[in-house]
Each structure stands twice: as structure tokens, then as C-alpha cells.
Write a protein that binds this ligand. Structure first.
Ligand SMILES: [Fe+2]
Ligand SMILES: [Fe+2]
Length: 164
């Protein structure tokens, strides 16, 4: 889908990027047999990329949606959809914070076998939940916003996003 509004284009690009990254993370986690993978340079690089992405994707991106976009959707009668997205944000923030703590430790002092299992399990859960969430927003949030945002409030929303 082609988006007319810059806010939607930006969110779309971020969804595509995170879906792509999560697919790579999921593949690496499924393939990894045990904690010895943590010594692998490519795997470490992937964890670093994931940490950077989570800081943004589950930070500013979620905050912006909650602050600027969900209220507009609720106003036009989409309160149920908003409630679903908000609930998913809560669950994803939780699992992402587990993953962030474990991945940070993995890149530092390393992980005990049980912690590695926990990173793997939480990591796979994050991949599944965040991918499905981003896909859902692609299907329901962005098309709706195309109709909701006019040129002026698109500009305002985008400026608010850029300002953090
Ligand atoms: Fe979201
Ligand atoms: Fe999103």
C-alpha cells in the first residue's frame, strides 16, 4: 500500500524494518542449539542490532502511537481496536524488557544455561508478538489513519514524532 501521509510512511518503514529484523532473530534463535552461539560474532551483532531496535521500536514508536494516534482512532469509534493495540503494547513491553536485560547480560558477563534458555524463549515470544502486532497495525491502523489525517494534522503529528 502506498501512503500519502508522511506519518504513515514513517510508521510503515519502521514496521517493515522491525518485521525483517525479527525474522532474522527468530531464525537465529531457532537454529541456536545452546549458549555457545553467544560466542559467535554474527549472533552478537544481531543481538546488538536487536537491542538498538527495541530501544526505539518499543520506546518512541509505541509512545507516539499511544499519544498521537490511538486517541484519534478512538474518536472515530475504533475504541475496541485501540484497546487491543494498547493491550498488545503492554505485553510486548514486558517481554521486550526481559529480552533487553538478558541480551545485555549475554553481551557482557555472559549467561548461565538457564538464562540462555530464558533468552531464547522470551526472544521467540517477542518475535511472534511484535511481528503479529506490527502486521496488524499495517492492516488496520495505517489504512484508517490515511483517512483520518489531513495534511495539516499529518504535519503536526510528524513534527511531534520527530521531536520525540
Ligand atoms: Fe503499536
Ligand atoms: Fe506500530
Amino acid at each position: 500500500m502506498e501512503f500519502r501521509r508522511q506519518t504513515n510512511r514513517r510508521l510503515h518503514e519502521e514496521h517493515v524494518a522491525v518485521i525483517d529484523l525479527l525474522a532474522r532473530v527468530e531464525k537465529a534463535l531457532v537454529r541456536a542449539q545452546d549458549a555457545s552461539v553467544l560466542a559467535d560474532g554474527d549472533f552478537q551483532g544481531l543481538l546488538r542490532t536487536l537491542l538498538r531496535a527495541l530501544e526505539f521500536e518499543v520506546g518512541a514508536h509505541f509512545d507516539f502511537e499511544e499519544r498521537e494516534l490511538f486517541p484519534r482512532m478512538a474518536e472515530v469509534g475504533e475504541a475496541d481496536l485501540v484497546a487491543l493495540f494498547e493491550e498488545e503494547h503492554v505485553v510486548i513491553r514486558d517481554v521486550a524488557s526481559e529480552v533487553r536485560a538478558l541480551a545485555t547480560k549475554a553481551l557482557g558477563e555472559g549467561l548461565a544455561p538457564a538464562q540462555w534458555q530464558s533468552l531464547r524463549t522470551h526472544g521467540l515470544e517477542l518475535c511472534e508478538r511484535l511481528t503479529s502486532h506490527a502486521e496488524k497495525e499495517e492492516g488496520a491502523l495505517l489504512p484508517l489513519l490515511e483517512d483520518l489525517l489531513d495534511e495539516e494534522n499529518d504535519r503536526e503529528a510528524f513534527a511531534a514524532y520527530a521531536a520525540g
